[in-house]
Design a protein around this ligand. Structure first.
Ligand SMILES: O=P(O)(O)OC[C@H]1O[C@H](OP(=O)(O)OP(=O)(O)O)[C@H](O)[C@@H]1O
Ligand SMILES: Nc1nc2[nH]cnc2c(=O)[nH]1
Length: 178
């Protein structure tokens, strides 16, 4: 399938599954070396990260746990802009290494906010793993410990990412056709 239509937009194939899975292999290899003795808690930031988290977890060969969090759609406003509340992280994080699993870091706002909130729960260390990173969109100073691949600043769907709720089930990634 080289093109798909979702709602009112057309998308064309840009990253095939094979390439995505090679990137996941590389992230897993790096984690298998660096996190082997850390007993980390992997934290999947829903919704978009479910597919990356699933593929990644199958490739990890050290003891680890996984938990799932969501960011509330409620948005309070503060001096730093929108702050979304993290829901579902009920584990005791004190002394733990936490690895946040994101599907994409775009502007960087979501991950910065998420890292801040997790840090307030007293973990020993917080690391960030993202399947995709848009360097040209991210103007903030975000520390990314694991990056699957860097991509251009275009709107994409597939491999967990949606357009208005649709397209998350696509195994490849597609880029919007303007
Ligand atoms: O770097 P940013 O510009 O903040 O964008 C990245 C965020 O956008 C997407 O989440 P979204 O809010 O669309 O929720 P979803 O995962 O439920 O689709 C994605 O899953 C990241 O969490
Ligand atoms: N579906 C989708 N969600 C995003 N969230 C941040 N960037 C993107 C993107 O390119 N596509």
């Amino acid at each position: 399938m080289s093109r798909v239509k979702l709602l009112d937009k057309e998308f064309e194939l840009s990253i095939p599954e094979e390439k995505l899975l090679k990137a996941v292999d590389q992230v897993a290899e790096q984690m298998n070396v660096e996190l082997a003795d850390k007993n980390p808690l992997m934290v999947c930031v829903l919704n978009g990260s479910f597919m990356f988290a699933s593929d990644l977890m199958k490739r990890l060969n050290f003891p680890c746990e996984i938990s799932f969090v969501k960011l509330s759609s409620y948005a309070g406003t503060g001096s730093t802009g929108q702050v979304k509340e993290l829901i579902g992280l009920n584990e005791n994080l004190e002394g733990r290494t936490v690895v946040l699993l994101e599907d994409i870091v775009d502007t960087g706002l979501t991950i910065i906010n998420t890292v801040d909130q997790v840090k307030q729960m007293g973990p020993e260390d917080v690391k960030v793993a993202t399947m995709l990173f848009k360097p040209d969109a991210c103007k903030r100073d975000v520390k990314l410990d694991y990056v699957g691949m860097e991509i251009p600043n275009d709107f994409i769907v597939g491999y967990g990412l949606d357009y208005d709720g649709y397209g998350r089930n696509l195994k490849d990634i597609y880029t919007v056709v303007e």
